[in-house]
Design a protein around this ligand. Structure first.
Ligand code: TYD
Length: 220
């Protein structure tokens, strides 16, 4: 028995923080879990990450292919083997990010994005997806530090998406919401504007329930 979870949301929603907190709880519960993140997670994927986050102009379709290339490698080398070994896999972003960003955000045909997702993943879909939902205005203030909390101070040459206009981030947020309502049995929407600890509690309630259903509850 394995469990494949993805965490999705816009820039600054707190996905990486929540993925880390979830891993800590999984380990404390004695659950054998692996954390992956996109884009990246393999040597090849980390190179792709620098390319996609960099400033070089590219068409939406070229950008999509880059994400798919990194994803194909990650699924083959990391995610698939871990699931085959019966582990829990948590991934910080996955194929739904391409539908939200390159589809809803950049305007690519949604069915084309989905077709490339299927090709890259071999059809591997998460058992459950947590959407960390927060208004883009608020999330972006976190990213650039204008909320007073100290921002991410990203290398400006590696902040391609954070620098997109608010409108872009609104389309992405609408996209995630649409995806969640199309497949309510897979998606769990969590209000990410609360404190990290409160958000983590909600995420844990969802994940521990899924583990229980599968008889993978560890010793929690
Ligand atoms: P990253 O620093 O990982 O952002 P975050 O911490 O917010 O996840 O940079 C990844 C960026 O790439 C992020 O802005 C979202 C974007 N992205 C896409 O546009 N499409 C995709 O398929 C994926 C996986 C990410």
């Amino acid at each position: 028995m394995s469990l494949f979870l993805s965490i999705e949301g816009g820039d600054g929603a707190g996905k990486s923080t929540q993925a880390g907190l979830l891993m800590t709880r999984l380990k404390a519960a004695g659950v054998d879990a692996l954390l992956a993140h996109e884009p990246g997670g393999t040597a090849f994927g980390e190179q792709v990450r620098r390319l996609v986050k960099g400033a070089a102009p590219r068409s939406p379709m070229s950008e999509l292919f880059l994400f798919e290339a990194a994803r194909a490698q990650l699924v083959r080398d990391v995610i698939r083997p871990a699931l085959d070994a019966g582990r829990v896999v948590v991934t910080d972003r996955y194929a739904d990010s391409s539908v939200a960003y390159q589809g809803y955000g950049r305007g690519l045909d949604l069915d084309e994005v989905r077709a490339l997702n299927r090709a890259a993943t071999g059809g591997l879909t998460p058992d459950a997806t947590v959407l960390l939902e927060i208004a883009p205005e608020r999330a972006l203030a976190r990213v650039d530090g204008s909320d007073g909390a100290g921002g991410r101070a990203d290398d400006p040459d590696q902040a391609r998406f954070e620098r997109e206009p608010l409108e872009f981030h609104r389309r992405v947020a609408d996209g995630f919401r649409a995806l969640a309502s199309e497949e309510p049995e897979r998606w769990f929407v969590v209000d990410a504007s609360a404190s990290p600890d409160r958000v983590a509690e909600k995420v844990w309630a969802i994940v521990s329930h899924l583990l229980e259903i599968r008889g993978m509850g560890g010793h929690a």
